[in-house]
Structure formats: C-alpha cells, structure tokens
Design a protein. Structure first.
Length: 245
C-alpha cells in the first residue's frame, strides 16, 4: 500500500495577489496617461492687420518712459512728543515764574543802580557846594586881608609922603603967595631916597613959588622912604603937591 503526501506552499497566495496589484497599477497609469495626452489644445485668437504700424509709432511705444524727475520727498519733521497736560502745565508755570523773577531782578538792579547814581549825584553836589562855600570864604578872607594890607600900606604911604612934604617945605625960601597956592610935581627917586628927576605937573600960578618948591625938593634929599622893599616900589615915582604951609 502506497501513501501520497501533499505539500501546500504558504507563500503562493500572497504572491499572486501582489502580481495582480502591480498589473492593476500599470493599467491605471496607462489609462490616465493616454487621457492627459489626448486633451485638445486651447483655442487662441489672431488679429489681422490691414497694414503694419509706422516705425515712429513702434519706436515711441518701444521707448522706455522718461525718468521720474520729481524732487525727493523730504522726510517728515520729527516733532517732540506732546507732554502730558499736567507736566506741560507745570513746566509752563515754572517758566512764567522764572521770567517773572528775572523781570523783578532786573527792575531791582535798575532801581539800585538809579539809587546809587542819585546818591553819588547828591554827594557830588554837596561836595561842590562845600568847595564853592570854601572858595567864597577864601575870596572873602583874601579881600579882607587885601583891604587890611591896602589900608596899612595907604597909612604907611601917607605917613611917608607927609614926612617928605614936611622936609621939602622946610627947605622952601618963603615967597609972598597966598596959603592956598600949590604946585604939583612928579618926583623920581632912587632906592636910597636920592632925587633922580623932578617934573612940574601943575603950577601954582606963581613961578617964583614953583621954582622955590623945585629947589627945595633937591635940597631935601635924601627923602625919607620906607625900608620895606615892597613899599619902596611905591616910592620910585611920587606925585607930590607942595603948599606954602
């Protein structure tokens, strides 16, 4: 008795299914590829021209547009951001107070300068008044002193003139003339009292008396004159009026 053994391949069924799937994939690829190639082309329109456009028109159309010569736009100015109302108000108030303070300080400085100028003016005026008063006092004192000196000088001059006339009269030879007769002479003297020159300025009307008086002047020299140098200057030229008595 013989026995028959049967063996079943476990991979035969999956391999058949895989081959079937591959054939199906190629079929679909061919089908859709054929349909894509058999699609009709798109229609397009052609415009027919009676004549070709002129060369100038084509050139004008072919030329590039002129460059834009508009001025570049300047960037916008950056403005400071607006301050909050409260802070802006405080700064404005501070600025006003600062300006007010500056105005007050300027006014105060101007007032101080004006007051100083006025004080200096008053001081200068007072000083000028003192100077004028001192000058008035000085001039008054000088006038007083000059008057005293003049008075003393006049007294001295008068005294010496009286002494000179008295000495001359003592040397006159008596003449028969009235007591009111008088002759006026200009007598030039030297520092020692010597007579240098005698000149009759006005006669008495009696020539004999005039001549006698002139001779008496020469006889009376040296005439008495003061020893003070300043007073001697007043006796260089004397104007003498000689009377009989």
């Amino acid at each position: 008795m013989s026995a028959t053994l049967s063996y079943q391949d476990p991979y035969r069924l999956p391999a058949g299914m895989l081959a079937l799937a591959v054939h199906l994939f190629f079929f679909l690829l061919l089908y859709f590829g054929f349909r894509w190639q058999s699609h009709p082309p798109d229609a397009f329109m052609v415009e027919m021209w009676d004549s070709l456009p002129s060369t100038e028109t084509v050139r004008e159309q072919s030329l590039p547009p002129p460059p834009d010569r508009t001025e570049p736009v300047s960037p916008p100015k950056v403005t400071a951001p607006a301050l909050p109302p409260a802070k802006a108000g405080i700064e404005i108030q501070d600025k006003k107070l600062k300006q007010k303070k500056q105005v007050e300080e300027k006014a105060k400085a101007a007032a101080a300068a004006k007051a100083k100028q006025e004080a200096e003016r008053r001081e200068l005026e007072a000083y000028s008044d003192k100077l004028r008063q001192a000058e008035r006092v000085r001039q008054s004192e000088q006038k007083r002193i000059r008057a005293e000196v003049d008075a003393a000088t006049a007294t001295q001059v008068g005294r010496y003139q009286d002494m000179i006339r008295s000495k001359i009269r003592r040397n006159i030879v008596k003449q028969e003339v009235p007591p009111t007769a008088e002759a006026t002479f200009s007598v030039t003297l030297l520092p020692d009292g010597s007579v240098m020159e005698v000149e009759l300025l006005k006669g008495s009307g009696y020539a004999a008396y005039d001549n006698a008086a002139e001779r008496a002047i020469y006889k009376a020299q040296p005439l008495p004159i003061p020893t003070d140098v300043e007073l001697q200057k007043m006796f260089r030229v004397l104007k003498l009026t000689i009377r009989p008595e």
